[in-house]
Design a protein around this ligand. Structure first.
Ligand code: EPZ
Length: 434
């Protein structure tokens, strides 16, 4: 089923697809947007204070609109001006995150910690499974229970209560979870006393959230390491904070430059956010050159096969596994790609196979044997990063690729067509006539 988009005049939804005529080397400059996965928890942080929180460099994406809608339902006033959002949670009218919103975006569960910490109660729909697998939230709940909340399941909703507020605690995560680290950091910042969180996620987005919370008056140390210490404070203030550049968009366009034999400069970003990805791409034949406000990336001869295993940061990001697999599809030699974060993140494999890629999946590993060139084909996107993997494959393929189910892509890539067209890609969104 193609994506349904609201039509221009009549109000009837119009199905759209992305058409790519592959084969053009990308040449030019792409400005990287603010990080979606930073902006989401940062926006949620507004729930911890009755003063306005202003965020800049916020990307204009479907997921950002979803979290703004959810915060609006809770009573948050959100003022939007370009890439700036000012959020004011002075008058919260509800502490319930409904199923309809949570099912479209799992990050909605991030409101659980701040709501129970500040209001003593939160009702958040249990997200359920998604295209990537079961994706439990048990670690979020175990952490909140350690901080003194009770968590029960009632009619599909997690009901967390802490009528006398949360207290500091020592908590070690069984599984390294980005979302649970964020949820607990948000909650513990206004809990009574000291919290020590161990075996936490170390992603740059965690550091960004800690920096913003500290600017609001929190006392958080150790973000970016595996242990975070939080001295709870009574209240937080407003602040103005700039969202960090999107490292996943950065990595995606770096791979797009390489697969097309292009030469692209990425601005408003840096190589520092991609340590393992950079090392892997260099082994595959990439050259990176630092520039004023970003870096230039191009290939130095043919692309070689490189084995990768996805891991929590600073390891190779699961979110770049699909784009990297597209690149390995045309490598000299072969690459073994092992997914260790999500149990079901190979949905792009059959779609890449439709484009001629030679990939065999054995459990959590995919063996990719490089071929000379991919061929354009109609394909279907299944999640945000599978979508960009198919776009990247389509940019390099001979002939035309048509990608349907674009709503996934629109969750994570701001102005995708315009950014790629500016580098010479032939890519357009088309309405599909019934
Ligand atoms: C974040 O999701 C990102 N989303 C994901 O990006 C990213 O793929 C993922 O981290 C891993 O890096 C946002 O930041 C909004 P996790 P999150 O909790 O927080 C298991 C994208 O494309 N787990 O770190 O939901 C879980 O099932 C998205 O932008 C538990 O078992 O991921 C998974 O196997 C997709 N119990 C692993 O941990 C829990 O309570 C890592 O998940 C929580 C997680």
């Amino acid at each position: 089923m193609p994506t349904l988009q609201k039509g221009g005049g009549g109000g009837w939804p119009m199905p759209t697809v992305l058409k790519i005529h592959g084969g053009n080397p990308l040449k030019g400059t792409i400005e990287i947007s603010g990080a979606k996965n930073s902006a989401l928890p940062l926006m949620v942080a507004c729930l911890l204070t009755d003063k306005p929180l202003t965020l800049t460099n916020v990307p204009n994406l479907a997921d950002i609109r979803t979290i703004a809608q959810l915060l609006g339902l809770l009573g948050v006033e959100c003022i939007e001006k370009g890439d700036m959002r000012t959020l004011n949670a002075a008058n919260i009218t509800s502490t319930t995150a409904p199923y309809d919103l949570v099912k479209t975006m799992r990050a909605s569960v991030l409101v659980l910690g701040p709501l129970v910490a500040r209001y003593g109660i939160a009702r958040v729909s249990l997200p359920g499974g998604c295209a990537l697998g079961a994706r439990a939230v048990d670690v979020h709940l175990e952490g909140l229970q350690a901080l003194g909340a009770t968590c029960e399941l009632e009619e599909g909703y997690i009901v967390a209560k802490a009528p006398r507020g949360l207290h500091g605690a020592h908590f070690t995560m069984r599984v390294v979870s980005v979302g649970a680290t964020e949820n607990l950091m948000l909650a513990a910042s206004i809990a009574d006393g000291q919290t020590v969180l161990r075996n936490v996620a170390r992603e740059p987005e965690i550091v960004d959230l800690a920096n913003c919370l500290n600017a609001m008056g929190a006392n958080i140390q150790g973000a970016g390491t595996d242990t975070i210490t939080i001295e709870g404070v009574k209240t937080l203030n407003g602040a103005t904070h700039k969202v960090i550049p999107d490292r996943l968009e950065t990595g995606s366009y770096a791979i797009a430059s390489l697969i097309t034999g292009g030469d692209v400069t990425l601005t408003n970003t840096s190589l520092e956010c991609l340590p393992m990805v950079r090392e892997t791409l260099e082994k595959a034949g990439a050259v990176f050159e630092d520039s004023a406000n970003g870096f230039r990336v191009y290939q130095n001869g043919p692309i070689h096969g490189v084995d990768v295993m996805t891991e929590p940061y600073p390891g190779f990001a699961t979110d770049l596994q699909a784009p990297f697999m597209a690149l390995m599809g045309i490598c000299e030699g072969a690459a073994m790609i092992t997914e260790t974060i999500f149990e079901n993140r190979f949905m792009h494999v059959p779609e890449l196979a439709r484009m001629g890629a030679n990939i065999q999946v054995h459990g959590a590993s995919a063996m990719v044997r490089g071929i000379k060139h991919l061929s354009g084909a109609p394909v279907m996107a299944t999640d945000i990063r599978a979508s960009i993997g198919l776009v990247i494959a389509g940019l390099a393929a001979k002939g035309d690729t048509t990608i349907s189910r674009l709503y996934h892509l629109d969750r994570g890539y701001e102005n995708l067509e315009a950014k790629l067209q500016a580098c010479g890609a032939v890519i357009e969104r088309h309405r599909v006539d019934a």
